[in-house]
Design a protein around this ligand. Structure first.
Ligand code: HEM
Length: 359
């Protein structure tokens, strides 16, 4: 037993000598016995400016200069071809300051924007708007027709307009539900469902999101082209907006086929936010040609996508409320294509006069 212990001790000692005597390539990452490191070397002039090779001479095994370079986004070498993996040599992205983040490496900066701004403030905004709509419905209720229905119908939407809207609204609903679960699900679903079920749900919804995205993009363009003409600014629009559409008075302010409120939803929600949401989503799907799909491109696309989607959801919560519970008879027009003359006269009198004049 004693002989065995001596043999083991000798073996270990010889191995240490061999390691200590093996010269490392200059500048290469080295290891060292912690007992050999000279702490006093850090007091030498120019210590902070040393590169890894210089540091290895005074403190073998201290690779701080190399890691500092890695952390500042310096490009190293990678065996992967640059054409296929242009960023493979960059382990940690360079420093940047995204709006709302500290000056730090881009991955961390993106994380800060997401976790300190988009999720808490975006989520709160959505809840506040939802609450405001609920209170509005509770206190004011649905806008009812003042006169009885005539039974005479007017065509409000063609089958083509209705199909375009229906496709768009269906894709939007899938995107909104899946997007909300991906962004906020871990706060309200994960604790109830547990990791396995929530993992499956998020996986399914993420794929549904990627599938519905292009459908939404195509139908959005069709919706824009289909409805743009009747959403162009008209004479009475400013008056309508200044009077809030006459929402709290006996009579609505007269409007054409679409009122100024609907036009605001069209230009801000459908056109501007819709296009930003779609463009940033397509960048994240990596389907647009000629774009450098680097990590920073994806981070910026994600932040733009999340912020514009939160605003779009705010606008569309209002649109969906007014199109369903909020206005008696509005959904009927979108579902069947026809509205009662009373509805047309009370909500869009100028359009009603125009249709009657044409008839
Ligand atoms: C998801 C549920 C949705 C519901 C229940 C809904 C409901 C309605 C209803 C009832 C109307 C007819 C309003 C009227 O007669 O004046 C309408 C019009 C319209 N909706 Fe929606 N909608 C939804 C989603 C969307 C989405 C996602 C978009 C586009 C991104 C959209 C764009 C439009 C447009 C452009 C109009 C024509 C009014 C205008 O151009 O100002 N809707 N919607």
């Amino acid at each position: 037993m004693r002989t065995l212990l001596i043999a083991l001790w000798l073996g270990a000692a010889l191995t240490n000598v061999a390691v200590a005597q093996t010269p490392a390539a200059p500048g290469a990452v080295q290891s060292a016995n912690i007992m050999d490191i000279q702490p006093e070397a850090s007091t030498q002039p120019g210590y902070a400016q040393q590169n890894n090779a210089e540091r290895a001479k005074v403190q073998p095994g201290n690779n701080a200069p190399m890691w500092r370079q890695v952390g500042s986004g310096t490009e190293g070498t990678s065996s992967l071809p640059k054409s296929q993996a242009p960023e493979a040599g960059v382990l940690i992205q360079p420093f940047v300051q995204y709006p709302g983040s500290r000056l730090t490496n881009a991955g961390e900066a993106w994380c800060q924007v997401r976790n300190h701004w988009l999720i808490p403030y975006g989520g709160s905004l959505l809840l506040i708007v939802l609450g405001a709509i609920a209170i509005f419905y509770w206190r004011i209720g649905s806008f009812k027709l003042h006169e009885p229905r005539t039974g005479r119908l007017i065509q409000r939407f063609t089958p083509f307009e209705r199909s375009a809207h229906m496709f768009n609204a269906a894709a939007f609903t899938v995107l909104a539900i899946s997007g909300l679960v991906m962004a906020f699900g871990k706060f309200f679903l994960l604790p109830v469902m547990g990791t396995t079920l929530f993992g499956w749900l998020a996986y399914i919804l993420k794929n549904a999101h990627n599938f519905a995205g292009p459908l939404f993009a195509v139908s959005l363009v069709i919706v824009i082209v289909t409805f743009v003409r009747d959403n162009l600014p008209a004479k009475g629009d400013l008056n309508w907006l200044l009077k809030g559409g006459g929402m709290f008075s006996e009579h609505e302010v007269k409007s054409g086929r679409f009122n100024a409120g609907e036009k605001v939803v069209f230009w801000i929600g459908v056109f501007a936010l819709g296009l930003v949401v779609v463009a940033s989503g397509l960048v994240m799907n990596q389907v647009l040609p000629g774009i450098d799909y680097s990590r920073s491109t994806m981070q910026i696309a994600h932040m733009v996508h999340a912020a514009s989607n939160i605003l779009m959801l705010v606008v569309f919560m209002g649109h969906i409320y007014l199109g369903t519970l909020g206005t008696e008879g509005a959904l009927e027009g979108m579902k069947t294509g026809y509205v009662d003359e009373t509805w047309a006269k009370e909500h869009h009198e100028l359009w009603y006069d125009e249709v009657k004049g044409r008839a």
